[in-house]
Design a binder for this molecule. Structure first.
Ligand code: 9D3
Length: 231
């Protein structure tokens, strides 16, 4: 998969995408992430990407010309590319959308900043995603969240250990409590069942614990059964 990111802060990439599972996927050629400076698509002396909003109001707005010159360039190269604006008004990104995006060959992620993006550019881009109901300063961290979640789903990205761990609780969403050594830490013991060697009992206990956690902490996920969260 190829991901092109349009941003006024290309230097923040790859950032955390360069390490761990996703970093390895890039090293192995399963994923290529390229950040492009939006200012490279300006033609004025000041390389201006923003301007004041018509009608007044605080802050600045992304001008349509540089954004759309870049987006049209990517679409001209590859008509099937999926162009997505990261925006607080977008559809909420979740694991189901991550799975859908993982089937694409090419994504273009446009990172907004300032007060937002000129409406005509928004319309032409066509698709918008938010990563949650909180205010970020721009779309860069959101784009990283999307790339990380999608990259994990590309075939060959996860090692067999990680894939297996993913699958075991894939339809449950919540991990059961995890313990490692020592068996007693500051007087607090690892549950006996985990040390019993009884694999059926261990499996049953883990299932109960993860169901109970989900009911208590994420009743929205538990309500529709185990697959509601889709993770
Ligand atoms: C405080 C200004 N907001 C009210 C008028 C509008 C606003 C504009 C631009 C709020 C945030 C931003 C920058 N955020 C993003 O570009 C963004 C984002 C987010 O803030 N939250 C969750 N997901 C995303 S994706 C992109």
């Amino acid at each position: 998969m190829r991901v092109d990111v349009l941003t006024i802060f290309p230097d923040v990439f790859p950032g955390p995408l360069g390490v761990g599972v996703v970093g390895r996927a890039m090293e192995r050629g399963l994923l290529a992430v390229a950040a492009h400076d939006l200012r490279e698509y300006t033609h004025d002396r000041h390389r201006q990407v923003d301007d004041v909003p018509f009608g007044g109001g605080p802050g600045m707005v992304f001008k349509p010309e540089p954004l759309l010159e870049a987006v049209r360039g990517f679409r001209a190269e590859d008509a099937a590319t999926r162009v997505i604006l990261l925006s607080p008004q977008g559809r909420r990104f979740d694991q189901e959308i991550a799975r859908e995006l993982a089937s694409e060959a090419h994504l273009v992620l446009v990172c907004g900043r300032y007060q937002g993006v000129d409406e005509r550019a928004r319309e032409e881009i066509g698709e918008e995603l938010s990563v949650g109901d909180y205010v970020l300063s721009g779309g860069e961290l959101a784009a990283m969240v999307v790339v990380e979640a999608v990259a994990r789903l590309l075939p060959g990205t996860l090692g067999s250990q990680e894939s297996l761990a993913e699958e075991t609780f894939t339809d449950r969403g919540f991990e059961p409590p995890l313990y490692t050594r020592p068996a007693v830490f500051e007087g607090r013991e690892v549950p006996e069942v985990l040390r019993s060697g009884n694999h059926a009992a261990i499996e049953r206990w883990r299932r109960e614990q993860s169901d109970e956690r989900m009911r208590r902490r994420r009743p929205d996920m538990a309500r529709d059964g185990a697959t509601a969260g889709g993770v």
